[in-house]
Design a binder for this molecule. Structure first.
Ligand code: GAP
Length: 469
């Protein structure tokens, strides 16, 4: 949910630089449109990044959707009738307050500016005049130029606008969706009836959303467009508390599935001032990043706010007919929400390790290893022929493995360098085809985490590896 407190974490100061550098070096994430000087806060996911993101998304879909009978999916259009965003309250309320530094012209999100400067305080949701008062009372200076000379705070709507048709002024603006939830609400009746679902049940979706953030940054943590995974879980009003606790537990279980270090997370309850316009109770799961405790995921009780508003504005009946009581009701909603691109960052922060290990001659050298959960690693296995002369035969091993595992075939550089590269992209197993392989029809399997090596018959390799996943 919007807003979060920050505090610096000791000993992790340059971890972000290391992650950003590794992401570029190894093809996880690149600065967007780099050859034209980039576009601030836009990022492109390279060969490793796209696979990691897809694996996280697939694991989420399996965990929360296909392994449950009470969940169904949706893939709705990004552009929706603008009335949707008026009814949902986003046109009026999806705002942040900003201030400009009159001296250096830097623009700041007012709540972040105060929270960073004052420390243990939560100010999200306060009116602009109250934010101005806090800035003055605490003598807050511009973090960029250290002067204390701000414009009054003013609110700013986060929805990106565009126009349909060739002449912009001829038409009412349409919005790039700022959250996924609204398409689940406007399709509620169609989905409930076509999927023949009874309460409680949920509608899940994964997709891009767009927000004109005032202060994006911290790499892929806060961007203008990002991927979201979320679901709306429809219940009877009296059952919301039970389901709230249930989904909070499931969200914690998910952290383990995806490989986010639970010890670096905490749950934070939203204060009444901070609650979104639609929510009666919200908690954030926060992660201790190198730039402070930050929101990773959110769980909100949205009451029946959205369905009620869409009924009012559309004039359509979105009520549910309860076959148990023969009565109509407007379901209440729990909403667990998961930033996908933010998950990528927290997975990388959880998995990144540096350690000293012996090289082939026994000399200690540093190695960087991404201890990704095996199920989400971009490559599960890499086949490495020891010499160019062995490429053809080693390729046959790749052909044997690739129907079962996403498998890399890595022929460039010394074997030590190739191990390091695979460690840095988190590949759990390297299979080395050496000169002995031609005679004993076996290969060496190296474990990313322990670096232990096993000799395995090529005919038994698929089964051997399957056992390890
Ligand atoms: N439907 C509710 C909703 O969208 P939110 O807290 O505003 O709630 C959901 O956003 C999740 O999206 C957050 O928990 C976070 O993981 C992620 N998120 C929010 N803003 C983001 C941004 N600017 N860049 C990347 N991820 C973001």
């Amino acid at each position: 949910m919007r807003g979060a407190k920050s505090s610096k974490v000791k000993g992790m100061e340059n971890l972000m630089d290391k992650i950003v550098s590794l992401c570029k070096r190894r093809g996880f994430v690149f600065p967007g449109s780099e050859i034209y000087g980039g576009l601030a806060n836009s990022w492109d996911y390279g060969p490793m990044g796209v696979q990691l993101k897809k694996n996280i998304q697939d694991a989420w879909w399996k965990f929360f959707v296909t392994s449950r009978l009470d969940m169904v999916g949706l893939d709705a259009a990004i552009l929706m009738n603008p009335k949707v965003w008026q009814a949902s309250g986003h046109v009026a309320c999806f705002n942040d307050a900003m201030v400009d530094c009159k001296n250096c012209k830097a623009r700041h999100r007012a709540d972040h500016l105060i929270e960073e400067a004052v420390g243990n305080i939560k100010v999200e949701g306060l009116k602009p005049e109250d934010l101005d008062k806090l800035i003055a009372e605490n003598k807050i200076k511009c973090p960029d130029c250290k002067k204390q000379d701000f414009t009054p705070a003013r609110v700013f709507n986060l929805l990106f606008q565009t126009h349909i048709g060739p002449v912009a002024n001829d038409t009412e603006p349409v919005y790039l969706r700022g959250e996924l939830a609204q398409s689940m609400f406007v399709n509620f009746k169609l989905i409930q009836e076509s999927a023949r679902k009874k309460l409680p049940f949920g509608i899940a979706q994964v997709g891009k959303v767009f927000r004109n953030e005032i202060t994006p940054g911290n790499f892929i943590f806060r961007t203008l467009e990002f991927d979201l995974m979320e679901f709306e879980y429809f219940v009877k009003e009296g059952e919301w508390k039970t389901w709230f606790e249930f989904w909070l537990k499931e969200m914690h279980r998910w952290l383990g599935v995806v490989g986010i270090d639970e010890k670096r997370t905490r749950v934070r309850e939203h204060t009444p001032d901070e609650l979104s316009h639609y929510s009666k109770r919200t908690v954030d799961i926060e992660f201790e990043t190198p730039f402070g405790w930050k929101e990773l995921y959110g769980l909100a009780y949205r009451t029946n706010f959205d369905l009620t508003n869409h009924q009012k504005h559309s004039g359509k009946d979105l009520q549910y007919f309860d076959p148990e009581t023969n009565e109509k009701l407007t379901p209440h909603v729990l909403e667990p929400t998961f930033g996908l691109t933010r998950s990528v960052l927290m997975v990388l922060l959880s998995a990144y390790e540096e350690e000293m290990v012996p090289d082939a001659a026994g000399k200690m050298e540093p190695r960087v290893v991404l201890r990704l959960n095996k199920s989400i690693a971009p490559f599960k296995v890499a086949v490495l022929p020891l010499s160019g002369k062995l490429n053809e035969e080693a390729k046959k091993v790749w052909e044997q493995l690739s129907p079962h595992f996403t498998t890399d075939f890595d022929v460039t550089g010394s074997i030590g360098k190739r191990y390091r590269r695979q460690d840095e992209i988190g590949t759990p197993y390297c299979v080395t085809f050496d000169f002995d392989s031609q005679n004993d029809h076996s290969v060496t399997v190296r474990d990313r985490d322990t670096m232990k090596q096993d000799r395995v018959k090529i005919t038994e390799l698929v089964d051997y590896l399957k056992e390890l996943f």
